[in-house]
Design a protein around this ligand. Structure first.
Ligand SMILES: Nc1ncnc2c1ncn2[C@@H]1O[C@H](COP(=O)(O)OP(=O)(O)OP(=O)(O)O)[C@@H](O)[C@H]1O
Ligand SMILES: [Mg+2]
Length: 500
């Protein structure tokens, strides 16, 4: 297949879920040897589009053409057999079998009636070498021991070894470290060279401009337009996506920094060593560093979720005895964890129930919380964070990925804690929603909360924080004041070895 030819074409496809028109009249061409990026706000219809082309849902309208021929994919299996595959963000990995078996599950090389273990091992080793994953993942490793990145690699290998000609990625980098993102991009470069048509969904502009050839923007389930990546600039894309200019991504009100609320003294756990710092009332402090620097572990230790080996945590000058996260909650600490979806959402419950969960435990002791109170709180945060849902009664499982993220974040914001720890608060949310989240953080700071934000996005760190603490290898490597802080200074503290 020559480069540029449309391998897969969607023509005027539509899809409705109950009251929600998720897609209407959307067309796209996936061409051999090209990366087509899909962008759009949370709930715009990107994942739904991938589900239509991969046989998860049938379109209600329009048609799908494969190399010019109309096709109907009745099941994901049928789509895969035709060479169309979506790399799942949370792939199904069988815990008890090896990487090699996971990759080839369903298509194991056989010798007679038994599968040929040594042939399999050799095959997978060759695949790993071909795609540059030797050393990143070991074919003998069990499914249960794989990191999120490794799980994704298994899923990608499944696609490649299954002979996929169209491979779609739905926000593949949200759980990857920078280093892993680089290997993914190398891999995508290789897929292009081999004539695979790649479709790439992401909210990260930087990634889009690095790897996309064309960009298709969706809004409210409809196509806003397609652009050639090399001829397009970020502000234009933002305007296309959100339908308004985002003049102030980082609103900053006059913050009155008060007394120290959170103080951490010489805190040591299995993962972090001798951590000391403080966060004052009305202050936003960012914890920067590479994935794996120990930031998430530190946050969990502060709220008593991880055993402390030595050192202590104080709130308002009083040392905490943290035996469990419940003690932390009582002391006025709240952590919105990084893996919000797995750790936090009750998928079968409503948006309202999910938002009000933490508020309830705060209020229950004092008085009975009425349904009306709950609804008021839920409505307020649905509006402030622009959670895209028909009503607050909607079951959370039917929301788009980013809107699920916003729902859990709303829960922690609604708690109005004295000390708020936010671990990657904007992961997976669109650029408009980011601005909304920054505005809420700013407002909470103005109202006197002490806020600690863990973020891997340097522009976010620089835009939000009053002070920046940089970690590396489980230790604090330095602190930067907002004035004079730059991406370079943060990175050099985060990366460079020093003798100290
Ligand atoms: N199974 C379903 N039942 C009801 N509504 C659904 C279902 N699947 C998707 N939707 C709705 O369709 C719309 C589009 O969702 P989709 O997941 O495609 O958005 P998205 O662009 O991928 O967003 P995100 O960036 O947040 O991942 C949303 O309003 C979503 O709530
Ligand atoms: Mg999605």
């Amino acid at each position: 297949m020559s480069a540029g030819e449309a391998v897969l074409r969607l023509e005027n496809v539509g899809k409705r879920f109950g009251a929600v028109q998720a897609l209407r009249g959307v067309s796209l061409d996936a061409r051999a040897g090209e990366v087509l990026a899909l962008m759009g706000e949370n709930g715009a219809g990107k994942s739904t589009l991938l589900r239509l082309m991969s046989g998860v849902h049938p379109p209600d309208a329009g048609r799908i053409l494969l190399r010019g021929e109309p096709v109907v994919f009745a099941t994901p299996h049928a789509a895969r057999a035709a060479g169309v595959r979506v790399v799942a963000q949370e792939p199904e990995i069988i815990a008890d079998i090896s990487v090699a078996e996971n990759v080839y599950a369903g298509a194991l090389p056989r010798r007679g009636r038994l599968f040929d273990r040594s042939a399999l091992r050799a095959q997978v080793a060759a695949d790993l070498a071909r795609y540059g994953f030797t050393g990143v993942i070991n074919p003998e490793q069990r499914g249960r021991d794989l990191s999120p990145a490794q799980r994704q690699i298994v899923e990608i290998l499944r696609a490649l070894t299954g002979g996929a000609r169209v491979i779609a990625f739905d926000e593949p980098t949200s759980s990857l470290s920078d280093h892993e993102v680089e290997s993914l991009f190398r891999l995508i470069g290789q897929l292009k060279a081999e004539g695979v048509a790649v479709i790439y969904v992401s909210h990260r502009m930087k990634e889009i401009f690095r790897i996309a050839d064309r960009i298709l923007v969706l809004r409210d389930g409809a196509s806003v337009g397609e652009r050639v990546a090399a001829e397009t600039a970020e502000p234009e894309l933002v305007r296309m996506m959100v339908g308004r200019d985002l003049s102030t991504l980082f609103p900053r009100s006059e913050r009155r920094v008060g007394d120290t609320v959170l103080r951490v003294r010489h805190l040591t756990t299995e993962d972090v060593s001798d951590i000391s710092f403080e966060v004052r009332s009305g202050e936003v402090v960012a914890l920067a560093g590479l994935v794996g620097a120990g930031r998430t572990e530190l946050a969990h230790a502060i709220i008593g979720d991880t055993p402390i080996l030595s050192g202590q945590v104080e709130v308002d000058g009083r040392p905490l005895t943290l035996r469990s996260p419940r003690d932390a909650v009582r002391a006025g600490l709240a952590l919105a964890p990084e893996e919000r979806k797995q750790q936090a959402l009750l998928m079968k419950r409503s948006v309202r129930d999910n938002i009000c969960l933490a508020v309830l435990s705060r209020l229950q002791k004092w008085h009975v919380v009425s349904r009306a109170d709950e609804s008021r709180i839920a409505r307020r945060y649905v509006a402030e964070l622009r959670v895209r849902t028909p009503t607050i009664e909607q079951e959370v499982s039917t929301l788009s990925g980013g809107n699920q993220q916003k729902t859990v974040l709303a829960r922690w914001l609604a708690r109005e804690a004295k000390v708020l720890l936010l671990d990657e608060p904007t992961r997976g949310v669109d650029v408009g929603a980011k601005a909304d989240i920054y505005a809420i953080i700013d407002k909470l700071a103005v109202e006197g909360s002490a806020i600690l934000v863990i973020s891997s996005e340097l522009p976010e760190v620089l835009g939000l924080a009053d002070r920046i603490i940089v970690m590396q290898g489980g230790r604090i490597r330095g602190e930067l004041a907002r004035e004079g802080a730059t991406e370079e200074k943060i990175l050099s503290l985060a990366i460079l070895e020093d003798a100290a």
